[in-house]
Design a protein around this ligand. Structure first.
Ligand SMILES: Nc1ncnc2c1ncn2[C@@H]1O[C@H](COP(=O)(O)OP(=O)(O)O)[C@@H](O)[C@H]1O
Ligand SMILES: [Mg+2]
Length: 335
């Protein structure tokens, strides 16, 4: 069922000022939650105020990711950027209309809390067609679809002849996105930027990688998306999860809990590359916040030396001291 009345109701409460990024793909394991978390952290590092919503309450991967990050931050006694996070539980009652009404209520409450205090809202969706996932898709300013870099995963977009790239039919998901974009246009006249992000790219240049690019080229014209390179296949993306870390976090040994490798450095560049290729509206205010915060982080771990008080602050560093913790970054008032 389409959620037009609900969508209108959300918009009637006032324009959604945060830029909404929806991460969606009906296939499980394509990298949605990993991408959502990396984007959220990368945006916070860029000084943006970010909230996240997990609509996949069965798996709750993004929710666990955020919780683990909070715990790891406490453990290493370092303030890690944490988004204001909501996990919207699915209703499992016998009546569909009551379930949808209850889910909508929880979702709308979360939106109300996020509104006007955040620059970006990142929504992670389940690998299934659900009521709230459709509603989220129809609210997207930017729709990010991570796609494993293989022809096998093309079927989430369309049935394609691997030899000729001839499209023999659109997929259920491509139809869903088409309808969601149509809804978006009707409600507020805006166009959703649909970006397919190639994930788990082979680190060695391969024939497959080139063929997938050619196939996506054909599909992008037909369905109106652009495609960009995302993350390479790297073990470290799986290793980040237990600590709630991302490739964009400081790659110091203390934060990582292990020695950084070349893979960390390259992954970090990949995340920065993805952020810039999404062409998101990062504002200058955000950049200034990022600079101020970086300075704060630096000073938080610099020893307070009497030299600092007497000279121009260029004195030698003497080793870290423990400073009072930062205010809770999840509190909307302080963010
Ligand atoms: N680029 C990558 N390299 C290696 N492992 C990855 C990569 N992207 C995702 N993964 C791993 O694949 C699994 C599924 O990713 P996830 O983000 O949970 O997908 P989804 O949310 O679409 O189901 C996770 O174990 C994740 O760590
Ligand atoms: Mg997921």
């Amino acid at each position: 069922m389409w959620s037009d009345p609900e969508h209108r109701e959300l918009r009637r409460r006032g324009p959604i000022s945060a830029h909404v990024i929806v991460v969606g793909n009906e296939k499980g394991g394509s990298g949605k939650s990993t991408t959502a978390m990396h984007l959220a952290v990368a945006l916070m590092k860029a000084g943006q105020r970010v909230a996240t919503i997990d609509l996949d309450s069965r798996q709750s991967t993004l929710t666990h990711y955020v919780e683990r990050r909070r715990l790891w931050g406490h453990k290493i006694n370092q303030p890690l950027d944490i988004p204001l996070h909501f996990c919207i539980a699915r209703s499992e009652g016998a009546r569909v209309d009551e379930n949808e009404a209850a889910e909508f209520g929880r979702f709308a409450d979360a939106i109300t809390e996020i509104e006007h205090r955040h620059d970006f809202l990142v929504i992670d969706t389940p690998g299934a067609d659900t009521f709230l996932s459709r509603l989220a898709h129809s609210m997207a300013d930017t729709l990010v679809t991570p796609l494993n870099d293989s022809f096998l995963d093309f079927d989430v977009l369309a049935a394609v002849d691997p030899q000729t790239f001839e499209i023999t039919g659109a997929s259920h998901y491509a139809e869903l996105v088409r309808e969601a974009r149509r809804q978006r246009r009707i409600v507020d006249g805006k166009v959703t930027d649909w970006v397919v992000v190639r994930n788990r790219l082979s680190t060695l240049g391969s024939r497959n990688r080139k063929l997938v690019a050619e196939g996506l080229n054909v599909l992008s014209g037909r369905f109106g998306f652009r495609f960009v390179e995302g993350f390479a296949e790297r073990v470290i993306y799986r290793e980040f999860f237990p600590r709630g870390l991302t490739a964009i976090d400081d790659i110091g040994e203390q934060t990582l809990g292990t020695r950084p490798s070349l893979s960390h450095v390259t992954a970090r560049l990949e995340v920065q590359g993805l952020l810039s290729s999404l062409r998101l509206p990062l504002d200058d205010r955000g950049r200034k916040r990022a600079e101020a915060r970086a300075e704060w982080f630096m000073s938080a771990y610099r020893p307070l030396d009497t030299d600092d008080l007497l000279d121009d602050g260029l004195g030698e560093e003497k080793g870290p001291v423990t400073l009072p913790r930062m205010p809770d970054p999840t509190s909307p008032v302080t963010r």
